[in-house]
Design a protein around this ligand. Structure first.
Ligand code: SDX
Length: 394
């Protein structure tokens, strides 16, 4: 279904899924979570505040946010037997493969999620457990990749600081919280928190529509996000920038490769199914890139290459004609790297940010009592054919 349907919200609407979570206007570059502009949320909110907004529909009062943080703190530990999974993965397993299986396996350790027709309180506890344990799983995946001892959560820390403690903390040292890093992490997670009916959110709604439990539905969304055309692009962007740097930084050569129909190379981090002018998140992340790298005293040569690519593409007719502009993934990896993350962890960080959005959409679908998703098709196959026994097939 194309064309705009203007409901009483006054917003332009396209597509068929009805949702009250996020609004996108691809022409105007507008992104709003529950009616609040992303630019304001990114500057003035914490990630947990935005997660509450997405999941429960309103910005929390202080007491509500405190309870949300406290409830989550009470559930950040994972069942000790879940650590056995890490002994089974090959040492260089991709973190996304691990996260997909670990999140789905939460349903085996916390089987109350399997109860059909959960009460609102039971559903809410399942949501709280997932928000809490996702940070621990993501941090443990990283620590295991380094062969470092696992760092357990500390309830004195807030959501994002606790995640950074479990990720970068060491058993042998006190953890010095760097406010620049905490602020940057909050901003990045907020900017990734939801994005309407993208590939992974649609997957969560598709799987969840069969009344499948939350953990398995989110695990399916993480799998969809892994693809390099979707969330996997943030890892592909930094690998592309590194390749261009190693190749002498000749951005014009690589712009031409991206334009060459016979060359499989694509300018990763450019283009979007919906944004056809600019991705508002990319604008915020690009500015944050400069601020964070300056605050941390980091000079990353790939940032200059990224800026040269963007400048060149903005005046190149191929990119202009196809409305190809930097998307959320183009600059985000440069910040993740400045914060100390390896590129293999970038898409896992996208998943950590997107979690509240996926949860909000899964919850909305159930509250709306939506039927099982069953898309139809346009059949373009053979007309009727008579069966021929194999002995007669020549
Ligand atoms: C995310 O949906 C969401 O909201 C997703 C997301 C979210 O928050 O959930 O915003 C996150 O997934 C962002 C996108 C990350 N992916 C990338 O950066 C990968 C590189 N980009 C592309 O592969 C592509 O732009 C897509 C997948 C993002 C969008 O694909 P479209 O809109 O289907 O565009 P297309 O593939 O039909 O291409 C249209 C034209 C083609 O040229 P022609 O055949 O018309 O001559 O544009 C060209 C394409 O070849 N093109 C590119 C290009 N992207 C499109 N050419 C070079 N480099 C690119 N990146």
């Amino acid at each position: 279904q194309t064309g705009f349907i203007t409901l009483d919200t006054g917003y332009k609407n396209t597509g068929s899924t009805k949702s009250a979570v996020t609004f996108l206007d691809g022409e105007e570059g507008i992104l709003k979570y529950r009616g609040y502009a992303i630019e304001e949320l990114a500057e003035k909110s914490s990630f947990l505040e935005v997660a509450y907004l997405l999941i429960y529909g309103d910005l929390p009062k202080q007491a509500e946010l405190d309870k949300f943080q406290n409830d989550i703190s009470m559930h950040t530990l994972i069942h000790e037997d879940m650590k056995k999974f890490f002994d089974g993965y090959p040492s260089k397993s991709h973190p996304m493969a691990q996260l997909i299986s670990l999140v789905c396996s939460l349903s085996t350790f916390y089987p109350e999620c399997l109860k059909s027709h959960q009460t609102p309180e039971e559903k809410d506890l399942t949501i709280i457990k997932l928000m809490a344990k996702m940070t621990t799983l993501v941090a443990f995946i990283y620590k295991k990749s380094l062969g470092h001892p696992l760092i357990y959560p500390k309830n004195k820390y807030d959501y994002v600081t606790n995640y950074l403690w479990m990720t970068f903390g060491q058993r042998t040292e006190d953890y010095e919280v760097n406010p620049v890093v905490v602020s940057a992490m909050n901003k990045l997670l907020i900017l990734h928190a939801d994005h309407e009916q993208n590939c992974s959110a649609s997957t969560v709604r598709m799987v969840g529509s069969s009344d499948c439990n939350l953990y398995a539905s989110i695990s399916a969304g993480i799998a969809a996000l892994w693809g390099p055309l979707h969330g996997g692009a943030n890892q592909a962007v930094i690998e592309m920038l590194e390749l261009i740097k190693e190749d002498g930084g000749d951005t014009e050569k690589w712009i031409n490769k991206a334009k060459d129909k016979n060359d499989p190379f694509r300018m990763m981090g450019f283009g979007h199914r919906v944004y056809k002018n600019f991705d508002p998140r990319a604008k915020i992340i690009k500015k944050a890139c400069d601020d964070i790298l300056e605050n941390l005293g980091i000079d990353d040569p790939v940032l200059e290459i990224a800026k040269k690519l963007e400048e060149a593409a903005l005046t190149d007719q191929y990119f202009i004609d196809r409305k190809l502009y930097p998307n959320v993934d183009f600059y985000s990896g440069i910040i993740y790297r400045a914060l100390g993350f390896p590129s293999e962890m970038f898409t896992v960080l996208f998943a950590l940010g997107r979690l509240p959005g996926w949860i909000a959409q899964w919850k909305e679908m159930h509250e709306n009592k939506e039927p099982i998703n069953r898309p139809r098709q346009i059949y373009v196959g053979h007309k009727d054919r008579e069966f021929v026994p194999i002995s007669s097939r020549g």
